[in-house]
Design a protein. Structure first.
Length: 131
């Protein structure tokens, strides 16, 4: 069963979310988490500790936010908005850190792109939720 089918079977009475947009947002969080985990694993050189730590923190943040979105029936809209804002703030910081090494490491460039895409999806989702 696809995630979207499962999400559509969930009660959304209290959450003003577009299901397709929510699915896209969760997919971008999953992609971001995966890219960050892979980037952290690749950041083994000298001076890469901050990048590694930032990537692991971002991966955990994206996973946590995605899991919250999977339980919309019990989630408060304001809490979800704040969680997505925090996820975006972390995503922007991780992207900036990875871009410092993007010319040396393709993995950092890919990670920054995944963080940026996740931020864009969260921003679009929050704009839709606000209306």
């Amino acid at each position: 069963m696809e995630m979207m089918e499962m999400m559509k079977s969930t009660s959304m009475a209290d959450m003003p979310m577009d299901m397709d947009m929510m699915n896209e947002c969760m997919e971008s969080m999953n992609s971001c988490s995966t890219a960050c985990t892979m980037c952290a694993s690749a950041c083994t050189g000298e001076g890469m500790a901050a990048c590694c730590d930032m990537c692991m923190d971002m991966a955990e943040m994206a996973d946590c936010c995605m899991r919250m979105m999977m339980r919309p029936a019990g989630c408060d809209t304001d809490v979800m908005m704040q969680m997505m804002k925090t996820c975006m703030m972390m995503g922007k910081a991780c992207s900036a850190e990875c871009m410092k090494h993007a010319d040396m490491m393709d993995m950092c460039r890919y990670c920054a792109m995944a963080c940026d895409a996740m931020c864009a999806q969260c921003d679009a989702m929050m704009a839709k939720m606000a209306h």
